[in-house]
Design a protein around this ligand. Structure first.
Ligand code: AMP
Length: 220
């Protein structure tokens, strides 16, 4: 086992399945998952000042301002549950956030980037069928991960719905934005001997198996 605790950083285009995979990895490793998208959706649902500010960016598929997202992220990192490492889904998303993360963690943790590769065409196909539960945050898909009862979350029984930003015109914008901002992260991640790069165009179970196999080897 490595001496430092690890931060597993998922990155991949919207709809690459990194949310689903990070949740499964969190359960497997017993580590908390921090999804900045979900933190924002919670702030929005609670109508907090930060949530209301972020809402117009999220709805348009644009990145929320770095200052705002960093404030929310920092508050989350203040919780104790992260002391043995954690999993990141959706942060960092650009060079500013990456540098910020590196400053925040200093040399306390080791970063382990996990890239989930999926083509643009597949992203659009997937997102049009994605549904989320606004109550508990669980993510479903009409074809790939259906709920037992149509329209109802298996976890909490609440209604599920399409995210505003999963509508096709917004998805195209998110994809373009992702490509522009991911360049710096890729350069950084590729310098890491730790980089785990996974073909995300496989079944959820196969992607999970590929990730677990590589990570179990890494942390042994
Ligand atoms: P996600 O659930 O990761 O797809 O994020 C949904 C939306 O939340 C994104 O399209 C952005 O508008 C916003 N968001 C999430 N994480 C970040 C971040 N790290 N920086 C800026 N905006 C973010």
């Amino acid at each position: 086992m490595k001496s430092k605790h690890q931060i597993f950083v998922f990155f991949g285009p919207p709809g690459s399945g990194k949310g689903t995979q990070s949740d499964m990895l969190g359960e497997h490793l017993k580590l908390p998952v921090i999804s900045t998208g979900e933190l924002l959706r919670k702030e929005e649902a609670n109508k907090t000042p930060l949530g209301l500010k972020a809402s117009r960016y999220v709805k348009r598929g644009q990145l929320a301002p770095d200052k705002l997202i960093t404030e929310i992220f920092k508050a989350r990192l203040a919780k104790r549950d992260i002391s043995h490492g954690f999993i990141l889904d959706g942060y960092p998303r650009n060079k500013f956030q990456l540098d910020n993360l590196l400053v925040m963690i200093q040399d306390k943790y080791e970063l382990c980037p996990i890239e989930v590769r999926v083509s643009d065409r597949e992203v659009i196909n997937r997102l049009s069928g994605r549904r989320i539960c606004t109550n508990c945050g669980a993510s479903w898909h009409l074809v790939y991960k259906p709920t037992k009862k149509a329209g109802i979350c298996d976890v909490c029984g609440h209604k599920i719905s399409i995210r505003e930003d999963d509508k096709p015109s917004v998805v195209r914008q998110r994809l373009a934005g992702y490509k522009e901002t991911v360049k710096d992260l890729l350069v950084f991640a590729k310098k890491h001997q730790n980089l785990i790069s996974i073909n995300g165009e496989q079944s959820i179970a196969k992607v999970k198996k590929d990730i677990f196999t590589k990570i179990d080897k890494l942390i042994k």
